[in-house]
Design a protein around this ligand. Structure first.
Ligand SMILES: Cc1cc2nc3c(=O)[nH]c(=O)nc-3n(C[C@H](O)[C@H](O)[C@H](O)COP(=O)(O)OP(=O)(O)OC[C@H]3O[C@@H](n4cnc5c(N)ncnc54)[C@H](O)[C@@H]3O)c2cc1C
Length: 597
């Protein structure tokens, strides 16, 4: 059935008599509000209709919509944001598709669906901190990914994505599998980037990698395929025949204050991008991740508020693969790479000119060398060697020699049990979860060495993410931020800095073993810059099967409901490849459903 936006026809009596809408209330994107479960009355009428309704126009939603349309379905694709792309448009565009792509073959790289499957289900791969990358992946879901990985590479190329012309490598990869290089890099070409508002220099447009090079061609392909894209439409609930029984019939959304009920004749595909921005939801998995971890990667452009998961759970859907959102590997959590601003993900700098700079408020100061700062907790105490890196992840050739599935792989790992991030999140000895804010402390000489401009638009003074004073005691007193639970004692910070300066004299960090501390902090003005860890991707979500159908708490498929990408569970893989592959699977299968009349 072709979509007619003006069509508000009355549907069958069964739709109205039996339908109950169960879902979540709307929350503003800019305000980062969190949805709350609610039970609503059945829709009075359907405002719009299509065969397939895809919710979320990011890395999984766009492929889902295109596939559904190319398999003969009429498609409505809605997104809460003012533009498409979600996290994906901000991403670095590294797409880990392998299993025997034409690009791998061109460069004589041996790979196959079986090699990829065995890589991503290899129980024996363990990170130095003891956490396994792949052990808890759901084999049914991984098999579907492995079989569809190479075809998705070819499909992306056929739909206009230009990959940088070079052999697949491991650059930007986390948990891609050990056996073969699989990272392909989407070239930004002439598309303006969301983080700058401008295209990259034409000289590098075909050689660099950026998410805009994945998303804009897919957006164009979706529009060409006849997909109706509804921006600023936020799904608030899923409509099912009975609260937890029967088919999914459509969704309820809000658009600029108006309620819109959208009928899906064949299926609804949830591609809302995960739950990392929702404090209560992410704490189901990791109780430490309290409110102060408020600079989630992707925000403030793209907010993962768990609205897809909550709406699906409200009609009976189950969660899946919880370990993957707890396992300490890869980019689940990252060390702040940019300091002095709320949104400190190291690879995402919002610049003046970006359509979201007014929300980001500052670019942040990129830390090239952690010898230039010390990090202290809210009590003004150091807690770890600042130069330590974050969680690691398996990738091509990370283990050498490597034999798939062999316990011998674990023998060559050099175990390092503790980590910087765990120390930062450990807290300060009080009874409250979460470690509280982490502050980078440095002096005027460090700012010079790093060539930092310690004023707006680089730092966010107005909202309390950056402070400067001429003494350590005054600096500690100046720190006022809503997440600083108690004032930092000036004497403690003075003592911490004096002790650190003595370590520089001695050439040895007697407290935390920072290798040869290099620089004293002794030249005013002194600075305190927000450097709290950043929550990144979501790796547990709704239970799906190989067809990306959503499964309920009893193990039964919820008819007419699909999910793909970061909102789906069972797969610890980071990023775009999983999303594009699953989006295609979900879109195709939704289009092939028999219409509900
Ligand atoms: C800075 C950054 C760099 C990254 N770099 C890489 C990389 O190089 N390689 C890689 O593999 N991965 C990378 N990633 C991760 C990758 O971008 C994500 O894994 C991927 O985009 C997730 O796809 P998705 O479809 O699940 O969600 P998204 O791409 O985030 O899309 C979700 C969409 O759903 C919309 N939405 C949410 N809720 C609703 C609702 N209730 N109603 C309507 N719409 C809704 C959102 O607005 C959004 O547009 C990066 C992420 C970030 C933030």
């Amino acid at each position: 059935m072709k979509h007619d936006p003006k069509n508000k026809r009355q549907f069958s009596r069964r739709d109205f008599v039996k339908t109950t809408t169960v879902g979540v209330s709307a929350a503003g994107l800019a305000g980062l509000g969190i949805p709350r479960a609610e039970i609503r009355e059945r829709p009075p009428h359907w405002d719009q209709q299509a065969d397939v309704v895809v919710v979320g126009a990011g890395a999984s939603g766009l492929p889902a919509a295109i596939e559904a349309s190319e398999h003969g379905a009429s498609v409505i694709l809605l997104d809460a944001n003012f533009d498409v792309g979600g996290h994906a448009i901000l991403s670095e565009g590294n797409v880990a598709l392998g299993g025997g792509t034409s690009r791998q073959k061109k460069y004589n790289i041996e790979d196959s669906p079986d090699i990829l499957f065995r890589d991503l289900t290899d129980w024996s791969v363990v990170e130095p901190n003891g956490f396994p990358d792949y052990r808890y992946n759901d084999k049914e879901i991984i098999r579907a990914f492995a079989d569809n990985s190479a075809p998705t590479y070819e499909w992306l190329v056929a739909h206009g994505v230009v990959f940088v012309e070079k052999a697949p490598d491991r650059s930007g990869g986390t948990s891609d599998g050990n056996s073969a290089p699989r990272e392909n890099h989407a070239a930004p070409m002439a598309w303006p980037r969301m983080q700058t508002g401008k295209p990259v220099d034409p000289a590098v447009a075909a050689t660099e990698s950026s998410g805009v090079g994945l998303i804009r061609p897919l957006e164009a392909a979706a529009r060409k395929a006849g997909v109706q894209v509804l921006l600023k439409h936020r799904m608030s609930s899923i409509v099912r025949q009975e609260p937890s029984a029967g088919r999914v019939l459509g969704v309820k959304a809000t658009s600029e204050g108006e309620t819109v009920h959208i009928r899906a004749q064949k299926g609804v595909v949830i591609t809302t991008g995960g739950s990392s921005s929702n404090v209560n939801f992410r704490r189901i998995f990791d109780t430490r991740l309290t409110e102060e971890y408020n600079g989630v990667a992707g925000e403030p452009y793209s907010v993962q508020d768990a609205s897809g998961e909550l709406a699906a759970i409200a009609i009976g859907a189950s969660l899946w693969g919880a370990y993957n959102n707890v396992g300490e590997f890869g980019l689940r959590l990252t060390k702040a790479g940019r300091i002095g601003c709320q949104y400190g993900y190291r690879n995402l700098e919002f610049q003046p000119g970006s359509p979201v700079f007014h929300l980001a408020r500052a670019r942040g100061l990129f830390v090239r060398d952690y010898q230039n700062v010390i990090l202290v907790n809210q009590l003004g105490l150091r807690f770890y060697d600042e130069t330590q890196e974050q969680y690691t992840a398996n990738n091509y050739n990370a283990l050498r020699p490597y034999t798939q599935g062999s316990y011998l792989n674990a023998e060559i790992i050099k175990y390092r049990p503790t980590s910087f991030l765990d120390a930062a999140l450990a807290g300060t000895g009080d009874a409250v979860n979460g470690g509280g804010p982490i502050w980078a402390i440095f002096d005027a000489n460090a700012a010079k060495r790093e060539q930092w401009t310690v004023e707006p638009p680089y730092v966010d003074i107005a909202e309390g993410y950056f402070f400067s004073e001429n003494s350590m005691a005054a600096l500690a007193t100046a720190i006022v931020n809503k997440h600083q639970r108690k004032p930092m004692p000036g004497g403690t910070l003075e003592g911490t800095v004096a002790r650190y300066n003595s370590f520089v004299d001695d050439g040895k960090d007697a407290e935390f073993g920072k290798p040869a501390p290099k620089y004293k902090i002794d030249t005013p003005p002194f600075y305190a810059a927000w450097a709290t860890p950043v929550v990144h991707d979501t790796r547990a979500g709704l239970r799906i099967n190989a067809k990306c159908q959503v499964v309920d708490f009893f193990g039964d498929v919820i008819p007419g409901l699909y999910c793909a990408g970061e909102s789906a569970g069972g797969f610890s893989f980071h990023g775009l490849a999983r999303c594009t592959v699953q989006g295609r699977i979900a879109g195709k299968n939704a289009a092939n459903e028999s219409p509900d009349t």
